[in-house]
Each structure stands twice: as structure tokens, then as C-alpha cells.
Design a protein around this ligand. Structure first.
Ligand code: ARE
Length: 582
């Protein structure tokens, strides 16, 4: 047994409260090294009287180096002392907080400790998010419903997107197309910034309490939110709190009055006056963008201002949550206060951080509910589109990501295949729709909340920003209706079956050098097999049949042959099939 590979540390993703009565314990071992892990647990105040209990742990996922073992305990008195017993073919060892032992340690004081399950510390994302299917709208480019408020230099709809041009998209345009979104089947919208700002992307806010006049008014926004809610659609806004825009009045004041400005401490000024020297501003900014000065979220007035913004849009306009721009560059203390204000305004509000990397420090229940899951984006695209990961490498990364966060975080991870910050999915696929569909099927059948970037569903293309921000295509004869039907059917399938949204995940098949993968999702009596083939030749996956008597292809294309204990699924090149086990 490779002891150096064995890892456990209380808290984070290794021991945490799943709900008000359940504690999850996880431990890592070298892949395929340990055959059995037993969790030994008890109550620290009655261990010597009642003694300990023992339960088997299960492998919940694996990556190329490790197996991740998992067990669930509901301790009567909400306290847990615990240790582990590991068995391999020729070795048995025990682990507690003091390290490894050759026999079961008797002194319970030396076991790991989960001191008390306090409800206030339980990480509880809003339950609706598991059922949500998001649609991301870049407002300037979705639909022009009110030409009377277009920017002066607005170009005719459908022109080439450039860094600084406008086409007149607005809130009325979105209201006019809500039936379209209902037909597609999505039930939540994530809006890129809507507040007053000079650019077309509006990440350089002038006024956080006002809808940009070229988009509409606050009243129009309220109308939009109500229209969405009446269709069962939730609304998520973009909070650009890391930095303001260069025309934000407090920043203009500092520019004019320097250190004498009453707002001097609202920003991170390294040196007065505020200017740009050799392309580097004398104050902190987003990247090196002079028109995006970083806000000092440690300043009490800044906090008060931004927290009022957070409250206003939820309580008075009715939005359902916030996506936090550049979330990882803002201090944690601010985000904790932000969470308190947002959840007081609406306990079911959703807080989604924009972080492209490992996000554990923000996903402990005191800051965000989820992050934009770009690591999964990479895994899916590498496997299904670029073929730079084989089936085993893909499954390993999915396994690693699955174990990297508490279960409730994995359940609501925000899974996207593209956004306003990346090239469009179809373009990444070299316009091969088969690969686009394969990637999308994976996105919709893994756990987490899928998000469709506007226009992907009708075949919009585009390179990196600004190319990925084309005007939405509303002429049906120019829309890819086959893709639209594909998205609508897949969305319906996911909405109809809880197993696909919220079921357990089990990897069934992955091999080095082979592009086929199979996994299962299961909830209650319902079970689905998902079989994938990213290769350019036919592939067959064979998986254990389980209890079902028949296997029906409910989406995709495959030849299924179930004989006794095995199910054989033959897939075409770049193909997929979702099978329901009956
Ligand atoms: C403009 C141009 C770009 C140019 C950029 C250079 O359009 O072509 O590359 O300037 O600075 C907004 C606009 C952008 C605009 C930008 C600056 O939407 O069009 O770009 O403002 O004016 C990192 C951050 C992440 C950030 C991305 C872009 O961590 O927070 O970079 N994303 C948000 C929004 C953006 C927005 C801003 C931030 C600013 O979603 O739309 O840009 O408010 C790796 C790194 C990540 C990095 C990621 C992407 O994975 O590890 O940290 O994200 O790549 O680059």
C-alpha cells in the first residue's frame, strides 16, 4: 500500500456537512491500490462507553493517480470522531490524526474530529439551481425591440461585431423574444452587464443603480423580470464589483481632486496623480485597463454602496441572483458580507462567481453557491472536440473535478461550453456539428447546471471576443433549425428526468487510447446510460447490465444488444447515445 498517496484533512472537500444532519467523509488512496476502506467513527463524549461504529467507504470517483473514497454519516448528536482502516491484498493499516498505525488505535482523542455540525455553517445552494437550464444573453446583441433608444452610431442588425460598435440590442427586444426562450425550454437567464456604461459590453459601470439608457429603464427591467417570472424563468445579473468604469463619478472626482478627493480611498491608488505611464496606470485596475479602476472593497463606504446595489436589484426589481465578475480578485471578507445581504434579501438567490481555476476557498458555504466551471469546459472540449484527451484522460479529469468540491457544490456547478469571453462552440468545433452535439450531450448529462450561450442553438459562429458577440440571428431561414431541435429535445429530456440532473454519477467505461466513454446517472428507480464516442471510427462499449431488462435509446444513435449480464452499445463515429434502463 502506498502510504504517501493516502490523504485526508478535515474540512473543505474531505469532511463537510452535506445538510443539517449529514456529514460526508472522504479519503484519497493511490489508484487501484487499496481494496477496502472502513470508516471508524463515534461520538467524542461517549466513545469510551458506546465505542465506535464501522462502515465501508465507496469509491466515488477516480483520476489517473488516485481513488477517492466516500462515506456518509448522520451522527445522533451532530459530532463525529473518526479514523480509517485501509486494506490491500497484503497489508492492513489504520490512520488517525497522528498518522499511520499497524493496529487499531485505542485512544479516541487522537482520531480526526468534526467538532459539531452547526446549521449556520452548512453550505446550502438554492435548490432551484439543480433544475435550472441557463441561457446567457449579451444584451447589446440579442434583439433590438426599441430603435428609439439606439446609440446614435448604431449599425444595422447583423453586421460584423467589433470592439467598439453598437447594434441596438435592448430589454424590449428580450421581452419580445421570451416565447422563443420558452420554446427552447430554458428556465433561467444570465445577463451580461445591464447598467449604465459607455462600452458595448458594459463592464465599465457609470451607475450601478441605473439600467443603461440604450437598453431601457429600471421600470422596463422590472417588466422584464416579471415577464420572465410568469414564464418560470429566473434572472441572474452580472455584478462588476471588482472595478468600476472610468466615468464612475467617484473615480472622476479622484481624477480631478487627487488625494484631496473624498473618494480617494475608494480606489487602490499607488501614486497621484491618476495617469497612465508606459501603459501602466498609477492605480490598480482590471488587467491594465485604465478605464476599469479597481474598487477598494475594504473601504466601508464602498462596501455600503455596493451592498445597497446588491440588495436593490434583488429586493426592488426582483432578480434571482448575481454572477460576480472577476470574483477571485475581490477580498473574501467583502464576499462574506455580500452573501449575508443577498441571502437576507432573498434566501433563494443564487451567487455565481466567475473563477476559471480551483475555487475551493470560495465554495465553503460562506461566499458563493457555484463558480463558472471552466475546468470542465476544457475537459469536454479536449475530449469531444480537439481529441487531445482520450476517453480515460477525460473520465479521469471528470473524476478529479467531482471529488475536488463538496457534493453540493458539484451538484450546482455552472457548466458552460463557451461564453462572451471564449470563441463560440461551433467555431471551436471547426463547424463540425457532430462534435458540437457530442460536447453538448456531455454538458447536459453530467451533474451541474448547463448554460447555453445565446445563438449557439441556431448555429452562430465567431472567434474570440469580439467575434463571439455577433447579433442574434432571428431570420428563421438563416437559423440552423436542426440544431435548435437538438437543443430543445436535450433540454426537455434533462427537465423531464431528475436522474439526469441530480442523479448519482458512475463511470462505467474508459480506457487509455480509446475515445469511447460510458457513464450512468441514477436517481431512485430511474437509470440512464450515457455512451460517447469522440473517435472518427465506429466504437462499441460493453457495460454490465445491472437489474434492467431492456435498454431504450432515448436520444442519439446506437445499436444496442443486451444479452444477459452485458449491454453492448455500438456507436457511430463522433456519436453518442442516451439509453434508459427499464
Ligand atoms: C478587451 C478586448 C479583448 C482584450 C482585452 C485586453 O475586448 O479582446 O483581450 O480588452 O485587456 C470586459 C470585456 C472585454 C474587454 C475587457 C477589458 O468583456 O471585451 O476586453 O473588459 O476592457 C480573466 C479574468 C476574468 C475575465 C477574463 C476576461 O480572471 O475575470 O480575464 N472575465 C471578466 C468578464 C469579461 C470582462 C471582464 C472580466 C472585465 O467575463 O467579459 O471583460 O470586466 C485564463 C486566466 C483567467 C482569464 C481567462 C480569460 O484562464 O487564468 O484568469 O480570465 O484566461 O482570459
Amino acid at each position: 500500500m502506498l502510504r504517501e498517496a493516502i490523504y485526508h484533512r478535515p474540512k473543505n472537500n474531505w469532511s463537510y456537512a452535506y445538510d443539517r444532519e449529514t456529514i460526508h467523509i472522504r479519503v484519497r488512496t493511490k489508484r487501484d491500490d487499496v481494496v477496502k476502506v472502513t470508516l471508524i467513527h463515534g461520538d467524542k463524549y461517549s466513545w469510551s462507553v458506546i465505542g465506535s461504529q464501522k462502515i465501508d467507504m465507496n469509491v466515488i470517483s477516480r483520476d489517473h493517480l488516485f481513488d477517492y473514497w466516500h462515506a456518509e454519516v448522520k451522527p445522533t448528536f451532530r459530532r463525529l470522531k473518526y479514523g480509517f482502516k485501509f486494506q490491500s491484498a497484503n497489508d492492513t493499516i489504520w490512520l488517525n490524526e497522528q498518522g499511520f498505525h499497524e493496529s487499531e488505535p485505542e485512544n479516541q482523542n487522537l482520531y480526526f474530529d468534526f467538532p459539531f455540525l452547526n446549521p449556520a455553517d452548512v453550505f446550502t445552494p438554492p435548490s432551484w439551481v439543480k433544475d435550472a437550464i441557463f441561457y446567457q444573453i449579451f444584451p447589446e446583441r440579442f434583439a433590438n425591440g426599441d430603435p428609439s433608444i439606439d446609440p446614435e452610431d448604431a449599425e444595422p442588425w447583423g453586421g460584423e461585431p467589433k470592439p467598439h460598435n453598437f447594434f441596438g440590442g435592448d430589454l424590449q427586444g428580450i421581452i419580445d423574444h421570451l416565447d422563443y426562450l420558452t420554446e427552447l425550454g430554458v428556465n433561467a437567464i444570465y445577463f451580461n452587464p445591464l447598467f449604465e456604461a459607455p462600452t458595448n459590453h458594459k463592464y465599465d459601470t457609470i451607475d450601478y443603480l441605473k439600467i443603461d439608457p440604450h437598453f431601457g429603464t429600471n421600470e422596463k427591467m422590472k417588466e422584464l423580470v416579471e415577464a420572465c417570472h410568469s414564464r418560470g424563468i429566473k434572472v441572474l445579473l452580472d455584478a462588476v464589483f471588482n472595478h468600476s468604469g472610468g466615468r464612475f463619478p467617484p473615480f472622476l472626482d479622484v481624477k480631478e481632486n487627487g488625494a484631496e478627493s473624498r473618494y480617494a480611498d475608494w480606489f487602490h491608488v499607488r501614486e497621484f496623480p491618476l495617469e497612465v505611464r508606459d501603459r501602466v496606470p498609477t492605480y490598480d485596475t482590471f488587467a491594465f485597463e485604465a478605464h476599469m479602476p479597481k474598487l477598494n472593497t475594504e473601504n466601508a463606504e464602498v462596501q455600503q454602496y455596493l451592498l445597497e446595489v446588491a440588495r436593490y436589484w434583488i429586493e426592488e426589481i426582483g432578480v434571482d441572483g448575481w454572477r460576480l465578475d472577476v470574483a477571485n480578485e475581490v477580498d473574501h471578507r467583502f464576499w462574506r458580507k455580500f452573501r449575508d445581504v443577498v441571502k437576507a434579501a432573498n434566501p433563494e438567490a443564487y451567487i455565481l462567481g466567475e473563477i476559471w481555476h480551483d475555487s475551493q476557498p470560495w465554495l465553503a458555504g460562506d461566499q458563493f453557491d457555484a463558480v463558472m466551471n471552466y475546468p470542465l469546459t476544457d475537459a469536454i472540449l479536449d475530449y469531444a472536440v480537439k481529441e487531445t484527451r482520450d476517453g480515460r484522460q477525460f473520465a479521469d479529469l471528470v473524476g478529479y473535478l467531482h471529488a475536488a468540491y463538496p457534493q453540493q457544490a458539484a451538484e450546482v456547478a455552472f457548466n458552460l461550453l463557451g461564453s462572451h469571453d471564449t470563441p463560440r462552440l461551433l467555431t471551436i468545433c471547426g463547424e463540425d456539428k457532430r462534435r458540437m452535439k457530442l460536447a453538448t450531450v456531455i454538458q447536459f448529462t453530467l451533474s451541474g447546471t448547463p448554460c447555453v450561450y445565446y445563438g449557439d442553438e441556431v448555429g452562430l459562429t465567431g472567434e474570440h471576443d469580439p467575434g463571439c458577440r455577433k447579433c442574434m440571428e432571428w431570420d428563421e431561414s438563416k437559423q440552423d433549425r436542426d440544431l435548435f431541435r437538438f437543443f430543445a429535445e436535450l433540454i426537455k429530456l434533462r427537465k423531464d428526468h431528475r436522474a439526469l440532473r441530480d442523479g448519482t454519477y458512475e463511470l462505467l467505461y474508459s480506457e487509455s487510447g480509446i475515445q469511447a466513454v460510458a457513464f450512468a446517472r441514477e436517481y431512485d428507480c430511474e437509470k440512464f446510460f450515457i455512451a460517447l464516442n469522440a473517435g472518427n471510427v465506429d466504437a462499441t462499449v460493453v457495460v454490465a447490465a445491472g437489474k434492467a431488462s431492456s435498454y431504450e435509446v432515448v436520444f442519439g444513435e446506437a445499436q444496442v444488444d443486451s444479452t444477459g449480464t452485458k449491454v453492448q452499445v455500438a456507436l457511430p463515429p463522433v456519436g453518442f447515445a442516451i439509453l434508459r434502463a427499464n
